[in-house]
Write a protein that binds this ligand. Sequence first.
Ligand code: IMP
Ligand code: MG
Length: 172
Amino acid sequence: MQRPVEIISATAVAARIEDLARNIDAQLPPGPLTVVGVLRGAFVFMADLVRAIPRDITCDFLGVRSYGDATVSTGVVEIKSDLSTPLEHRHVLLVEDIVDTGLTLKYLLDVLAARGPASLHTCALLSKPSRRQIEVPVDFVGFEVPDEFVVGYGMDAGQLFRNLPYIGVMKS
Ligand code: IMP
Ligand code: MG
């Protein structure tokens, strides 16, 4: 398999997460927060993000499958493992690695909104706006990236490269 080419350094990612955390803390209603990470891609980002938000935080995870091991969205979202805690009356931040077509985030937002949270916001490390197929609010975005397949910092190509400390692209 080809090797990824770095487009965003580990240092740049870390600096941007500090900004995101500050904005999130300033803009969300005060009080304890439940951060919901979308597995598997968001686990690295979420680990760094929650440590930068100075509040009482509980963490939960949703396991979804939207692509299989392909690099093109099928538009079908399947919840493989659900949250282990109720969201009712909680302030909730849904954390994604990347918003591409928007289909996954839109689906998950609708599912979580139906569970009666006190507030519901979304945060994605990356966004590919040129690829959007459906309008979905992303309240906090780390970086906008062009229409290329990105890996690293939690994101994979065929389950590889999640452990890279930087964000790279697969060049064909
Ligand atoms: P969606 O097309 O917005 O529904 O994207 C769904 C999911 O596909 C994201 O949460 C990612 O996990 C994954 N994904 C989308 N684009 C990329 C990419 O460039 N690299 C790695 N994963 C991606
Ligand atoms: Mg994902």
